[in-house]
Design a protein around this ligand. Sequence first.
Ligand SMILES: [Zn+2]
Length: 342
Amino acid sequence: MKRILGIWKILLAPMCAFMLFSASCENTPPPGNPDAGLYHNYQEVTAELAALQSQFPAIAKVMDLGNSVQGRKIQAIKISDNVGTEEEEPEILFVGGHHAREWIAVDVPLLLAKHLLQNYNTNIAIKKMVDDGEIWIVPMLNPDGHQYSVTNDRLWRKNRRNNNDGTFGVDLNRNYSYHWGGPGSSGSTFSETYRGPVAFSEPETGAIKTLAAAHEFKAMLSYHNFSQLVLFPWGHTNSNSPDHALMLNMARKMADEIRGVHNKNYTPQQSSDLYLASGDATDWLYGETSVPSFTIELRPRSSSPGFILPESEIQSTFEENLPAALYLIEWTQAAAGMTVTM
Ligand SMILES: [Zn+2]
């Protein structure tokens, strides 16, 4: 085995020397192949969203939220009846792919969009959800990082910001403003949890900020992997949030829904029980607007295989997460109904 690795090093040496100019030869595997297998890479996500919009023009609209550091599009798909109109309907936000290497966290929200659209005409419950709400899905928030993870370094986490000190990348899920700079984030550009020079320094997190300012989301779900957890604020402190009981209850419900499909256990818990993290998306949206906000850490359960979930599990991971997502959509619509009648 060692001998084989040795040969790889020799073969890679000239390639690495060449790659120094693009500063991208830092890790295995050898760079080059832009194919993510059954997982969707940036180009495929973009093409898939465009195809969904043209297939379902009445209920699907792709929106450009801005450009990434390297100029890739950050896209959302809005799913609703009268999709071109901003209606007074409860809105919900699903976000995937803050972290580059978490490929399943892109495919799950993408498959969710597809499922809602393809079943609209035949499934009464889905039709009602789509008609009565405005469902926003941003499947790939970090396209530069994802692409780099596909072509250069499978375990890349951050975006591809040039920090101008020989390092690259800001951890997008430490770059939101609520308690930005607190525990569980780093001020060092070398760190995997580098929070950026200021809150919302990155166009990727800025896109979510702008989207949230223009809409009244009633809930958010952000996908990551791995560990099989349903997390809710706070992340920046071990204290309970004012809505701890409500969010714990909702997280338990989602975990139950997930378990009911393929008998996989996802543990519902406060985010900080995993580890402290400041400046994440859910603390920010909940902290700013008090709406229930969740992070689901998808499969697998443990560090082997960790981030690199076999592509044979894409479909089953989506299937088990579908009822949890539908539950959250229905919750936003029921909660809105209650507000009206009170
Ligand atoms: Zn993550």
